[in-house]
Design a protein around this ligand. Sequence first.
Ligand code: NAP
Length: 282
Amino acid sequence: MPGTTAEAFRVEGARALVTGASRGIGRAVALALADAGADLALSARSEEALKDTAAEVARRGRTAVPAPGDFARPAAAGAVVDEAAEALGGLDIVVHNAGILPGGPDGAPQLTPHQYARQDDWDAVVTVNLNASAALCRHAHPHLAASSRASLVLMSSVAGVVGTPMMEAYAATKAAQISLARSLAVGWAREGIRVNALCPGWTRTDMTTFASGTAPLSDWLMAHVPLGRWAEPEEAAWAALYLASPAAAFLTGQALLLDGGLSVPDGGLAGIPKPASPFGEA
Ligand SMILES: NC(=O)c1ccc[n+]([C@@H]2O[C@H](COP(=O)([O-])OP(=O)(O)OC[C@H]3O[C@@H](n4cnc5c(N)ncnc54)[C@H](OP(=O)(O)O)[C@@H]3O)[C@@H](O)[C@H]2O)c1
């Protein structure tokens, strides 16, 4: 039990794997964990961007080693976990954050009603968002079981709780991550492994530039967020740090919504004047 409140929010000397750490929320998670005292293994496809995150971690006085991998490949999760655990000498914290939205022809994320969506896109999202999560959890288990302060955080989404049209594959995989977290939380509780899902709402990253960078769409989306604004990646990172820290030592099997109130029934709709829908009248 930490002696002070400040200590409760620190993860001094913890060995942490963060996936999707090259940019966006994952990079912010890595830096927040480093600020709180963790040493890190950083995963993503882009080795150059991982080096940049690692340099930022080093500037904060902590160690960071790259553990690159492409979660579109079935063997990647095991290889990433092995590399991370070997480099750090074990694992206490895993924040599995890498994830994708289906892309358009230019590779940028794209919203498509399910009836027009391609099966290939569905398969790609399930492979990266869900299959890799399941494999990563399985491979991380022995390392976390050997730790006295194990915490596993799956980066889900509010979409996994409320469902989101035009993002059906994404929302389904994010719901499955919550279910996986809840099942593992119970299954692994007596081994001292806490498992939680973090469910951000609309957060300003590369994944959402297609929406945040387009005023009519951004205004329309934010009109449905009671707090009326985009979240910044650091806000999700601080919630992930909380879930990983001793401050959350009695918290497991939960889906923590960090969505500006979006998921509150009717909270985003009641009494808020909205601009016209860019999708036309429903
Ligand atoms: N932004 C939001 O509004 C929002 C809301 C709720 C939940 N989330 C979730 O938060 C997580 C991070 O999202 P973000 O907004 O930070 O997105 P982002 O800026 O697009 O970053 C995605 C991260 O995942 C990595 N990644 C993507 N495909 C990968 C693959 N095949 N193999 C390995 N790594 C891969 C990317 O690195 P490389 O490209 O270098 O591989 C990058 O580090 C995702 O799980 C997302 O679903 C985001």
